[in-house]
Write a protein that binds this ligand. Structure first.
Ligand code: CMP
Length: 140
């Protein structure tokens, strides 16, 4: 297994409920190291660019509105097999389908307000990390 990096977002539903520390504890317990982190407010342009792959989907407008509705915490996570490990600890996109003990099962309010985002591939992780962080901000 290779040491990988993945991109993560703690979404507005979770920051609103002051869950950043609890989410981070679950990430760390899963074996992921938070090597960069900042709390930001996404602009509409940030959210539209970040989720451009979904722009033809019926939920795109609401997704963008939701992502700019409050602060988010953007993060880079490092670990062995970090992309799959993070997806495992996040759980399924829809909290109704998420396994017990996952972040989304524990905290998510709905398929939209699902508390966290994580990259789905190495290629997307690299793109997503570079969109929000300079190389000098990643301290592994
Ligand atoms: P995320 O992993 O951030 O990637 C795209 C997001 O779109 C997803 O999590 C969900 O929060 C959101 N979304 C809203 N509605 C849907 C839907 N019907 N199907 C998939 N994703 C949805």
């Amino acid at each position: 297994m290779a040491l990988e990096r993945t991109f993560s977002i703690i979404k507005p539903d979770a920051t609103r409920r002051n869950l950043t520390g609890k989410v981070n504890a679950m990430l760390e317990e899963a074996g992921l190291r938070i090597i960069a982190q900042k709390r930001i407010r996404m602009t509409r342009e940030n959210a539209e660019t970040f989720y451009a792959v979904h722009k033809e989907r019926p939920f795109f407008g609401e997704l963008v509105d939701f992502m700019i509705s409050g602060p988010v915490v953007v993060q880079v996570l490092e670990g062995e097999n970090a992309i799959a490990k993070n997806r495992d600890v996040m759980g399924a996109t829809n909290p109704k389908d998420a396994a017990e003990g996952t972040i989304r099962k524990t905290f998510a309010e709905s398929i939209e307000a699902n508390s966290v985002h994580g990259s789905d591939s190495q290629a997307n992780a690299a793109i997503e990390i570079a969109y929000f962080f300079a190389g000098s901000e990643l301290v592994g």
